[in-house]
Design a protein. Structure first.
Length: 120
């Protein structure tokens, strides 16, 4: 399984990557929309861990591009904000499979990625 993490916080990214790398064939990292789209263009990604709030670009644009370029890829949205706390993210992004707070323990996030990666 190949996983893409789109998260600007490098410390958090490395923590998530170390947990996900246990079962993933390859883990790619991106900090913004442009980097994420580049990875999606060149690699067969099964799961995307995507911070809903990106400083450069739009998370929804990344998810939308993924639904076009990698239609079987599943998106695990993470956020530290209260945006979409009503669950409406699933109405805006058909490839969304989970919506988690950034404070989710890294091992739990990794388990969600593994679960959805096997299902894709």
């Amino acid at each position: 399984m190949q996983v893409l993490i789109v998260e600007p916080n490098q410390t958090l990214t490395e923590d998530w990557r170390s947990r996900i790398a246990v079962f993933a064939e390859k883990v790619f990292l991106a900090t913004d929309q442009a980097e994420a789209v580049d990875v999606l263009r060149h690699h067969d990604i099964q799961v995307i861990v995507l911070d809903l709030i990106l400083a450069n670009g739009s998370a929804l644009a990344v998810a939308d591009f993924a639904s076009y370029r990698r239609p079987d890829a599943r998106v695990v949205f993470v956020t530290g904000a209260r945006v979409f706390s009503d669950g409406s993210i699933f109405n805006h992004s058909p490839n969304a499979c989970a919506f988690l707070p950034k404070a989710t323990p890294p091992d739990d996030l990794a388990m969600m990625v593994e679960y959805h990666g096997r299902a894709s």
